[in-house]
Every structure is written in structure tokens, then in C-alpha cells.
Design a protein around this ligand. Structure first.
Ligand code: 8ID
Ligand code: ZN
Length: 354
């Protein structure tokens, strides 16, 4: 039976601390609109985006009060009446990603760029997200989780995984190419190391600290650079790549510093994939050398429904594995503090089944 109330982590206004409330209402199955489904959550990852949303440090503002969270796994316990052609049924295990819903019929949706749909609903940002025991989501956008693939392992693939999977897919790289991953020890980055290896790339991981170094090397990074210790990152990358520079960089740092030298350390024809989302920074790159080196600079924003299925499929078959520590919803505020301080290697996943 579906309870009337639940535990949820709520941020009342931008910048406020997280409050865990035990009496937050659950939307009843009768109240679900067509196309909506109610999920009983198993777990949810915590993404740096959730911290941006809670702090309100982006040019786009989240709804308030806000229940954050956008990479969770749960079971479908109800589907709105009069939902035609639902691709999921009650009892299915599914994932919630950042893109909660899109119209599926605008130019962007038709082109597979659903993320930019003008009517997009964003989990944990414009609609309440996964930091609650029950979540309202949308039958056409939830991602089926293959049988036997553990929910805790799957959770962070739904944002961190799909995002770097897509960025690498469009990085214009070939088997054996060098890819630089600033932010490699973080949530997105440590999955990027692995998706890059699956693609047959050689990885230069950049981040800081012993934990992240150990993690990146264990995950198969070919070269490690500690950005706090390196005296010259461009020189270090050139030294590792026969003096030529790397073929691509996928930047997943939440601060602009991960971006600044990318055009300098890419070789001619190289591609910079912008993924990390500092709210106010602008990209400083030499126009002259961007032109002379024929550099491509591309933004990459999460992924569409198909990208999500592909990223999940690779992880379910063991190609990549989320490295995570399991915590509780009540720990969310302290997780935000650790994320701010850059202390988390890999991901934090919150167990929602206690
Ligand atoms: O669709 C998208 N483009 C998308 C999807 C999901 C998340 C974008 N994001 C954004 C988030 O909003 C955030 O801005 O990607 C960024 C990273 O998210 P995350 O991986 O969840 O954050 P994290 O776990 O804190 O990892 C960031 C890592 O960057 C390192 C930190 O040490 C940390 O490990 N880092 C920093 I900050 N500065 C660095 C630098 N100059 C750096 N690593 C190398 N060089
Ligand atoms: Zn995210």
C-alpha cells in the first residue's frame, strides 16, 4: 500500500540548508495526470548539479521549495489513469534522470535533442526529484533497468554516466586517441575514465589528491596529473602525447579552472567537450589558435532516452562500474559540504529503503 506521507529532503529557498521532513505528502495514484507514474525509490545518487540547484549559483534558478535529486532508481507503483501506450508497467524497476519529461514533438525532441525541449521538465530542478521516498515521474522518460543490474550500481549512470557517455560519443575520437579528463576523480569523471577505456581511448586523468589518484589509476587511467602539483599542465600533456597534445578533452569540473588550458593542450583537429557547469564563468580560449588548430568546441548536455539506455546497457554488462559510498538521506547536507570541498572520490549514493 502507498502511504499518505513520506520522508523527503527539502531546500526551502536558494542557499538554505537541507531539511529532512518526515511528513511530506505522497501524490496519490488517483491524482496522477496521464503520462505520470509514481515510483517507490530504492536509492539515488547525489550529483554536483544538486548542489548548484540548492545554492542557486546558476543563471537558471530551480523551483522552491525544492526536492532535489535526478539520478535515482525505483519501482513503478502506480500509473496515471488514461495513460495511452505506456512503455512501462507497475512493478517495473526504472531510473529517473535529469530530463524528467519532454514533449517528444518539438523540433528538438524530433531531432533527438530532447534535453533542449522548450517544455522540458527537469528532475530536482523544475519538478521535484529523487530525494524523497516516492517520486512522480513520466512513463515516456523513465529508463528501464535491466534485470540483475543492482539499483545502487545503476543510480549514478542515470546522470553522471549518461552525461559522460554522450560527451565521449560525440568527442570525435577514434580508437587509440588520447583524451584528457579534467575532473576525473569526481562523480562524472570517474565514469568518464571507464567509458573512455571502453571506447579504446588512452586516458589522461586530471584531478587532485591521493584518493582520486588511486581511483583513476585503478579504473585504467594511462596518465595521472595532479592539478595542484603540476607546474605546467600543458607541458605535462604534451610530454605524454609525443609532443602533439591530446585529441579531445571532456571537462567535468564544476569550476572554470578545468577549462582554461584545454585549447592549448589539444592537438590540431582536437575537440573540447564542455560538460562541467560553473554558473558564471566564460570560456577563455585563444581565438587565433582555435582557428589555426581547427579546434571544435562543443557543449554536451546530459543525454536523450536512447543515450540513457546505451549508457545503462554498458554498465549493466560490466563495462563500467560506479564507485560509490552508500549513505542515508539524512546525510545529504554533509554530502553537499564534502562536494563543495572536493572531497568525494567517485559518487555518494543514498539508500532510500531504510
Ligand atoms: O549535462 C551536463 N553537462 C552535466 C550533467 C551532470 C553534471 C553537467 N554536470 C556538471 C555539474 O553541475 C558540475 O558542474 O558537471 C560538474 C561536475 O559534476 P560532478 O562530477 O557531480 O562533480 P564532482 O563529483 O564534484 O567532480 C568534480 C571534480 O572536478 C575536480 C574536483 O576535484 C572534483 O573531483 N576539479 C575541480 I572543482 N577543478 C579542477 C581542475 N582545475 C578539477 N579537476 C581538474 N582540474
Ligand atoms: Zn547530475
Amino acid at each position: 500500500t502507498i502511504p499518505k506521507t513520506q520522508t523527503a529532503a527539502i531546500v526551502s529557498t536558494a542557499g538554505a540548508a537541507v531539511e529532512v521532513k518526515k511528513d511530506h505528502p505522497v501524490k496519490s495514484p488517483e491524482e496522477l495526470a496521464p503520462g505520470e507514474c509514481l515510483l517507490k525509490m530504492h536509492c539515488t545518487g547525489v550529483c554536483h548539479t544538486d548542489l548548484h540547484a540548492a545554492l542557486g549559483d546558476w543563471p537558471l534558478k530551480a523551483k522552491t521549495p525544492l526536492i532535489g535529486g535526478h539520478e535515482g532508481v525505483g519501482e513503478v507503483v502506480a500509473i496515471g489513469a488514461n495513460t495511452p501506450n505506456s512503455p512501462v508497467k507497475i512493478g517495473d524497476r526504472v531510473g529517473v534522470k535529469w530530463l524528467a519529461n519532454s514533449c517528444l514533438d518539438c523540433e528538438y525532441c524530433r531531432k533527438g535533442l530532447e534535453q533542449t525541449c522548450v517544455n522540458a521538465k527537469l528532475s530536482g530542478f523544475s519538478v521535484d526529484g529523487t530525494f524523497s521516498q516516492y517520486v512522480v515521474s513520466y512513463v515516456h522518460h523513465v529508463t528501464p533497468i535491466p534485470e540483475g543490474f543492482d539499483s545502487n550500481e545503476a543510480a549514478s549512470i542515470l546522470c553522471a554516466g549518461v552525461t559522460v557517455y554522450r560527451a565521449i560519443k560525440y568527442s570525435q575520437t577514434q580508437l587509440g586517441d588520447w583524451i584528457v579528463l579534467p575532473g576525473a576523480g569526481g562523480g562524472l569523471g570517474h565514469l568518464a575514465v571507464q567509458y573512455a577505456k571502453v571506447r579504446g581511448l588512452r586516458v589522461i586523468a586530471i584531478d587532485t589528491g591521493d584518493d582520486k589518484e588511486k581511483l583513476c589509476k585503478e579504473l585504467g587511467a594511462d596518465v595521472w596529473i595532479d592539478f595542484k602539483k603540476s607546474k605546467d599542465i600543458v607541458a605535462d600533456i604534451k610530454a605524454a602525447t609525443d609532443g602533439q597534445g591530446a585529441h579531445s578533452a571532456v571537462v567535468t569540473t564544476a569550476s572554470s579552472s578545468g577549462y582554461t588550458q584545454a585549447v592549448d593542450y589539444l592537438r590540431p583537429g582536437g575537440t573540447l567537450m564542455a560538460v562541467g557547469l560553473p554558473g558564471k564563468a566564460t570560456l577563455e580560449a585563444s581565438i587565433f589558435f582555435t582557428v589555426l588548430k581547427s579546434i571544435s568546441i562543443l557543449g554536451s548536455y546530459v543525454g536523450n532516452r536512447q543515450d540513457a539506455r546505451e549508457a545503462i546497457d554498458i554498465a549493466a554488462r560490466g563495462g563500467v562500474k560506479c564507485y560509490y559510498q552508500l549513505k542515508k538521506l539524512a546525510d545529504l547536507e554533509s554530502v553537499y559540504t564534502e562536494l563543495k570541498e572536493g572531497k568525494i572520490a567517485g559518487r555518494i549514493v543514498l539508500d532510500m529503503q531504510e
